[in-house]
Design a protein around this ligand. Structure first.
Ligand code: 26Q
Length: 866
């Protein structure tokens, strides 16, 4: 490829970027690289060396002495000790990837819900034992220190946590995958419950130092906004486009280490922070409007200020589109720059060596942005650029709700990203030509499939852009992928059946079993060895133990201890007494109507009613736990939280109920709370309306930890049930097809009238018992249940749910039977590791080699302990 100078500005800005880099960063006098500087002997991992380093950080780096009583600094010192051990492996990993010259995947996601890093790093580095010795020498406890770290809550829920689990698995499998995301100043809001209502508080998680990130301003990028596109003729007489009069924003990368499990690999998560360009500073000095300039600077920095707290799409907020484009553009430029610096300007092999996985449509303007970069900045023509784009992009869908499919008004898009809008129109024109060739004269189909939805306010359909621009489109569970092909994306499936595939989600067993449930981990490893930590299918070796009564006792003991730990959390945060002998019935996830927390609380009301009327036949004491955040603008979800809390208050304070039934809403559900919760649950509530939950991943965490699922045939529940067997799963409710049928002539009032239990529950709700001092507040809920257009079919599934819950209660009374089911659930969890998920993505979409990393040479223990 020839690169021509335009006379005004080089097409390839990378050359000037390199110059800019060299001007701003002084190099070492003795040459470009200074290898001696980075050659340091490997760090010891024995207790004595760890202790020495800890003391050094505590005293010399943090400047604390024996008078300091704040465990916070002990946490910081420990984190620095661990970070050093990551650092050497991180460097080795980068070298290994460079030397192998391998293909790489870039995982683009607006969310990475990482949670805490310290405990995970200690586990993955294999330092627990030595560290425990170290800490006991200095009278500290690991458990206490890890609690000090704030959660990195850079995500809403499932999709964000999935991205975090993927990174863990890729590092463990030694796959060259890098995450790209946004370094939000404020993560997911903190949830308080005040008078039963959700109250949101900003999560300024970066308030204190974050030692898990390395700022790398030398790799900053420039991202354009606004302005307009112009056509010009380059030196070779070719017509080209240029995006001018833009308001630019700098993207500063912060790298986070992602350790693999005891394998020497440390991958990278690169998070971008927005900053004003230097021009802002100059303008500031030169213009009279100082305050105005500073306000503009804030405008730029606002882009990465806050995570949008909606787990279904927030309509049309321009700042959200800015965030999405900011991530896409900075990340693509980063990858292209690296290519050009290491391999020169020939991009013909680019697609063979790079893949971009789009985590939902959120980063999908990457399709148009890659086209722009390749054409406008790197001089490729349309055909060349399109070939690269549609062979490097892959798209994962995470939703079945049609209303959650992302759309952006053409007007907003045009104003903010005019050059991208040009490109999208061109992609659409060429695409619709193909549609017309395939289905001549089918105008309705062209209209249906157009990337632009017509209407008084035309919209860009981001999912269609992602599908047209990708070589792979996947759903996240078998049912979900199938429903996508039959429903939402039917036309596209007809056109390109080979693009569509399924990749059933998973979770990382390192965090969700080995780390969060150390007692069960030890018990399992004592029986079948510890191979399951990196090969989850080995859990199937537990199957024969499902009938071993001595093993049952140990299993029950572990569950009991974990329930005690959760009971303490519930006591501390809700002041409610959970007794570990009761059945722990848990539903934790985002609050959403389709997830039907409402159905669960109706069942709780029914249980309350049963106790009140003395129907205690075969009663099983139960503690029902709820947790989860509602989008701040989602009134119905917030009202459901209020109902749960009001029911909880009435039930828990009623002496006639006693320990037969306890109900709690645990505030501020987050990754670190789930670590305590999932190991302690007996019953996992996965009760979404069939056909609505794409996959679910909480269901997998609970299963691995020996909880039994009560669930509908929805998302990955179906596959869970397939793996564990019908006898070890409490199934209820309409199927997807039955639900669709039901909606055609749905009469909830008739259903209520025909079911005495439900009738009584509705009467209790209507009586105002749960809202004595707030008359009428639950009317919207009562109406929703009785609405013939209730899409979530709460009344329709009530009877079946209650029947299934009755079976749960009976089964729990036979502890031997229950323990057997519990063991079999863990034993059947092998499929639900993200290690398997990542191997499938790699085998069928990415095609990356596994890259071994030379192990850090550690000093022999004898030498180190001198
Ligand atoms: C979009 C536009 C504007 C603002 C916000 C959003 C937005 C943000 C987050 C839309 C959706 C999300 C998150 C979706 C999500 O978490 N989906 C879940 O993904 C899991 C992982 O695949 C699945 O297991 C769940 O079934 C699915 O609900």
């Amino acid at each position: 490829m020839e690169l021509e100078e335009t006379g005004q500005k080089p097409i390839n800005e990378n050359l000037s970027k390199q110059k800019e880099f060299l001007m701003n960063y002084k190099r070492f006098k003795n040459g470009d690289a200074c290898p001696g500087l980075t050659e340091i002997p490997p760090l010891g991992v024995d207790a004595a060396t760890l202790e020495k380093d800890f003391r050094n950080y505590y005293t010399n780096t943090l400047g604390r002495d024996r008078n300091c009583r704040l465990t916070h600094y002990a946490y910081e010192a420990l984190a620095l000790v661990i970070r050093d051990r990551l650092m050497e492996r991180w460097t080795n990993t980068k070298y290994a990837y460079e030397e192998s010259d391998c293909k790489r995947t870039h995982y683009l996601s607006l969310e990475f819900l990482m949670g805490r890093a310290l405990g995970n790093a200690v586990l993955n580095l294999g330092l627990e034992e030595e560290l425990t010795k170290t800490l006991s020498n200095i009278c500290l406890e690991m458990e206490e220190l890890v609690e000090i770290e704030p959660d990195a809550g850079l995500g809403n829920g499932g999709l964000g946590r999935l991205a975090a689990c993927f990174l863990d698995s890729c590092a463990t499998l030694q796959l060259p995958v890098q995450g790209y995301g946004i370094r939000y100043e404020y993560g997911m809001f903190r949830q308080h419950i005040v008078d039963g209502y959700q109250v949101e508080e900003p999560d300024h998680w970066l308030g204190t130092d974050n030692c898990w990130e390395i700022k790398r301003p030398e790799y900053r990028q420039r991202v354009k906004f606004g302005g307009n596109s112009v056509i010009y003729t380059d030196a070779a007489g070719k017509l080209r486009m240029r995006w001018v009069n833009t308001r630019d924003v700098l993207a500063i990368p912060y790298d986070v280490p992602i350790p693999g499990y005891r394998n020497g690999t440390v991958n990278t998560l690169r998070l971008w922070k927005a900053a004003a360009t230097e021009e802002f500073d100059l303008e500031e000095f030169n213009s009279g409007d100082y305050a105005g300039s500073v306000a503009d600077k804030n405008e730029a920095e606002k882009i990465t200020m806050v995570l949008y707290p909606n787990d279904s799409s927030e309509n049309g907020k321009e700042l959200r589109l800015r965030q999405q484009y900011f991530l896409a553009s900075a990340s693509l430029q980063d990858v292209l720059d690296k290519w050009i610096i290491t391999r020169g300007t020939d991009l013909s092999q680019f697609a063979e060596k790079n893949c971009f996985q789009l985590n939902d449509t959120h980063p999908s303007c990457a399709v148009a942005e890659l086209m722009r970069l390749l054409m406008d900045e790197h001089g490729l023509d349309w055909e060349q650029a399109w070939k690269i784009t549609r062979t490097t992009m892959a798209y994962t869908n995470h939703t079945l709700l049609p209303e959650a499919l992302e759309k952006w008004s053409v007007r907003v898009f045009q104003k903010l990203l005019p050059r991208l809008m040009d490109i999208i129109y061109e992609i659409n024109a060429r695409f619709l030509k193909r549609v017309a060739e395939r289905w001549p004269g089918d105008i309705a189909r062209q209209r249906r499939m157009s990337l632009i939805e017509e209407g008084s306010e035309p919209q860009v359909r981001m999912a269609y852009l992602a599908i047209v621009g990708s070589f792979s489109v996947n759903g996240v569970a078998e049912l979900h992928s199938q429903l996508l092909q039959e429903g939402l994306f039917r036309d596209f499936y007809e056109l390109w059946p080979q693009k569509f595939n399924n990749k059933t989600n998973g979770v990382t067993q390192r965090r969700w079993l080995a780390y969060s449930n150390p007692k069960l981990s030890d018990l399992i490893s004592a029986q079948i060895g510890s191979g399951w930590v990196s090969d989850l299918e080995q859990l199937s070796r537990l199957k024969p133990l499902a009938d071993d009564l001595a093993f049952h006792q140990q299993w029950q003991r572990v569950k009991q201890d974990n329930k005690q730990r959760l009971a303490e959390l519930v006591k501390a945060d809700c002041d409610i007494d959970f007794h570990p002998d009761s059945l722990f019935d848990v539903q934790v996830k985002r609050i959403h109507e389709y997830k039907r927390q409402l159905l669960n609380i109706l069942h709780v009301i029914h249980l309350y009613d049963r106790i009140k009327r003395g129907d205690l036949d075969g009663w099983t004491p139960r503690c029902v736990l709820f947790g989860g955040k509602a989008a701040p603008g989602y009134a119905m979800a917030k009202l459901i939280i209020k109902l749960i809390n009001n029911v909880a208050t009435l039930v828990n304070d009623d002496p006639a109920i006693g320990h037969q039934l306890k109900v709690a809403f645990l505030p501020n559900f987050r990754v670190s709370a789930m670590e305590v919760i999932c190991s302690a649950a007996d019953l996992s509530e996965q009760i979404s309306t069939a056909g609505k939950e794409a996959s679910g991943t909480g269901n997998m965490k609970f299963m691995l930890n020996g909880a039994i699922t009560i669930g509908t045939l929805d998302g990955a529940n179906i596959e869970i049930r397939e793996e564990v067997g019908d006898d070890n799963f409490f199934l209820f409710g309409l199927t997807t097809q039955e639900a669709e049928e039901q909606r055609k002539n749905y009469d909830p009032h008739a259903i209520i009238a025909a079911n005495e239990d439900l009738m009584r529950v509705m009467q209790l709700l209507q009586s105002g018992q749960f809202n004595q001092f707030e008359p009428g507040i639950f009317d919207p809920i009562i109406q929703a249940i009785g609405n013939p257009h209730d899409p979530w079919l709460v009344a329709a599934d009530f009877a079946s749910y209650v029947a299934s819950q009755k079976l749960v209660a009976q089964s729990y009374q036979d502890q031997q039977q229950w323990t057997r089911m519990s063991i079999l659930n863990t034993a059947a969890g092998g499929k639900f590791s993200t290690d398997r998920t990542m191997q499938e993505y790699n085998g069928q979409i990415w095609g990356l080699p596994q890259v071994p990393v030379s192990p850090v040479q550690q000093k022999p223990l004898e030498e180190a302990t001198d």
